[in-house]
Design a protein around this ligand. Structure first.
Ligand code: SAH
Ligand code: SF4
Length: 394
């Protein structure tokens, strides 16, 4: 056998090839450049090297990038004239060439339970939703961020899944959702170790499949995690995937954020139907990827999300099979009663069934909290997000 053949048959290089294919496809859905019609460049979303390069292009030294980074991501400033460590003439030159923007707030709604939902509108008019879910007991909460406008996957129980993928969100748009939410709560400057802010964690659980927009999501999370800016630790970030196996390895190796996996069924025949991505990456491969996920330990457990659909996946046999499948993985299981949306054809499991299912999982040694819906009155609960944005065909 030739050397070339061996490489082709090597499972590791097959995975590499698959990753390359996923990334190439994802690039087709990239957003338009982060630039205004007047030519000014958006600074939010540039990484440190890119910021240095933009400044070098106008003859400024690298330390200026550090200063700007501080104003943008630590102070939350959007106005160059407020940057007191930068002299007036340079402030003016910066304002001529650059902008520090936020996505426009198209609507903002607050639920009776204090959950808040924004519909953000981006420069090309496309829209995505972001949700803030305050903790019920403490002065903190999670910001649920979207990674795509729409989704290519069509999980049967998910509202976003009924909207075809319009496009990926860019780095500025992903970071911008968090920054826009922070503006609304007056949460600047970023904390430095001391009192955490209300907006203290990020969950990538909004619209879209984050691992089908990996490059933009990863870059955005690196900006959010940078210690001299927003400074959220990777332990405060959770990425949820429906199971894009080849990208799970990369996410673990490069970002090391917490992982949540949308399991929802414990048999391939059922999962094929309700999470169609399962036909490509079946349960055995998905669970193997979870076992490989770096840093999984009792202190950093993988979250399995399981939407409880009445009479579909909520039997005691399902619960026992679930426990068998995840045996040995440091994990917890979030049981999410199905959240209905206009036109959906499932019903949530009854309280009794939920409790029995949870008890079986609990008895096997896995925490199994039942996630009561938040913000249902404003369609902000898991799986209820959807926008009117449509793909415009050329
Ligand atoms: N695309 C990613 C992240 C976004 S969805 C993923 O699928 O993991 C966030 C979570 O909400 C997922 O676990 C998803 O399966 C779940 N979900 C989707 N629709 C739901 C619904 N109608 N009720 C409850 N949970 C739902
Ligand atoms: Fe997409 Fe996640 Fe909804 Fe499935 S559950 S359609 S992957 S957003």
């Amino acid at each position: 056998m030739t050397g070339e053949m061996t490489t082709m048959l090597d499972p590791a290089s097959l995975t590499d090839a698959e990753r390359t294919r996923i990334l190439a496809k994802s690039a087709l859905f990239n957003p338009p450049p982060a630039q205004l019609p007047d030519g000014r460049r958006e600074l939010v979303g540039l990484d440190r090297d890119e910021l240095v390069a933009e400044l070098a292009a106008i003859g400024e030294k690298p330390f200026r990038a550090k200063q700007l980074w501080h104003w943008i991501y630590h102070q939350g400033t959007t106005d160059f004239s407020a940057m007191s460590t930068i002299a007036r003439p340079l402030q003016e030159r910066l304002a001529e060439r650059f902008v520090i923007g936020r996505p426009e707030i198209a609507t903002m709604q607050t639920s009776t339970d204090e959950t808040r939902k924004w519909l953000f509108r981006f420069r090309d008019g496309q829209e995505a939703e972001t949700v803030y879910i305050p903790d019920r007991h403490e002065d903190r909460g999670a910001v649920c961020i979207s990674s795509q406008v729409g989704c290519t996957l069509s999980c049967r129980f998910c509202h976003t899944g009924t909207q075809t993928l319009v496009r990926n969100l860019g780095t500025a748009e992903i970071v911008g959702q968090f920054m826009g939410a922070r503006d609304a709560y007056g949460e600047w400057p970023s904390p430095r170790g001391e009192t955490p802010r209300l907006l203290s964690t990020i969950v990538l659980m909004g619209m879209g499949e984050p691992l089908y927009n990996y490059e933009n999501v990863a870059k955005a999370m690196r900006i959010v995690m940078d210690n001299e800016g927003i400074g959220l630790s990777r332990r405060r970030i959770t990425l949820s995937t429906s199971g894009v196996v080849p990208m799970m390895d990369r996410c673990g190796a490069e970002l090391g954020v917490n992982l949540a996996v949308s399991l929802h069924a414990v048999r391939d025949d059922l999962r094929d139907e309700i999470v169609p991505l399962n036909r490509k990456y079946p349960l055995a491969e998905l669970l193997a990827a979870c076992r490989r996920y770096p840093g999984a330990s009792n202190a950093r457990r993988i979250t399995f999300e399981y939407v409880m659909l009445r009479g579909v996946n909520d039997s005691e046999a399902d619960a026992r099979e679930l426990v068998r499948l995840i045996a040995g993985i440091p994990a917890k299981v979030n049981l999410i009663p199905f959240n209905p949306w206009p036109g959906s054809d499932y019903r949530p499991s009854t309280r009794d069934v939920l409790d029995r299912f949870a008890a079986i999982v609990q008895d096997a040694g896995f925490a199994s909290p039942i996630r009561m819906p938040r913000g249902q009155d404003i369609l902000a609960a898991c799986g209820q997000l959807k926008t009117e944005s449509k793909r415009i065909r050329a």
